[in-house]
Design a protein around this ligand. Structure first.
Ligand SMILES: Cc1cc2nc3c(=O)[nH]c(=O)nc-3n(C[C@H](O)[C@H](O)[C@H](O)COP(=O)(O)O)c2cc1C
Length: 178
């Protein structure tokens, strides 16, 4: 019932034995600032679980409202049966450090290396360090500040996809002097 959460597209593979694949993941989170680390929880039955267990790397791609259908599609089809980059009309681009490609349509791509795997029950949690980040240049303003609020980020809550609403404040605004 924790909601909303970001429905991210995790791209993996891209090595000889695994062609690039994409899995939609809603059970994802930030778990550490220094070093920057994220977690993703994935069922062992998923093809992507097999790939990440073998390669120990992936790219986390944030998603936008215009990607909603692709997000859903990548979450109901398996890379065992289809090429998801082709089927979802998503564009792979080469990563800097890991072998898995990023997704060009995403506003932010985080290259990750797995550090720990926790078997929790239905899902295994992959805890990974972010080793490189890419952001869409059209979201960077003249002063070099990332305008993520202009990306049209997608949210997932209780089985539904939502566009984020209007901004109500910013970090620390409740104590800012007028
Ligand atoms: C919105 C959404 C969120 C999902 N979140 C997760 C998740 O957090 N963990 C997981 O194992 N599967 C999750 N899934 C299911 C997988 O994305 C789905 O089983 C997918 O087909 C697996 O692809 P693969 O076999 O190519 O790895 C989610 C699906 C959707 C539509």
């Amino acid at each position: 019932m924790l909601a909303p959460v970001p429905p991210v597209l995790l791209s993996c593979g891209g090595m000889e034995e695994f062609r690039p694949n994409i899995i939609t993941v809603a059970w994802a989170g930030t778990v550490c600032s220094e070093p920057p680390m994220v977690s993703v929880s994935i069922r062992p039955q998923r093809f992507s679980h097999e790939i990440i267990s073998a390669t120990r790397e992936f790219v986390l791609n944030l998603t936008t409202v215009s990607m909603a259908k692709a997000v859903d599609w990548c979450g109901v089809k398996s890379g065992r049966d289809v090429d998801k980059f082709e089927g979802a009309h998503l564009t792979p681009f080469p990563s800097e450090i890991v072998s898995a490609p990023g997704i060009a349509e995403s506003p932010v791509n985080m290259e990750c290396r797995v550090k720990k795997v926790l078997a929790l029950g239905s899902h295994d949690m992959f805890i990974a360090e972010i080793v490189a980040v890419h952001v869409s240049q059209e979201l960077v303003d003249k002063r070099g500040k990332l305008r993520l609020e202009d990306a049209g980020l997608l949210a997932y809550a209780h089985g539904g996809y939502f566009a984020l609403g209007k901004r109500l404040g910013f970090f620390g605004y409740s104590v800012k002097k007028k």
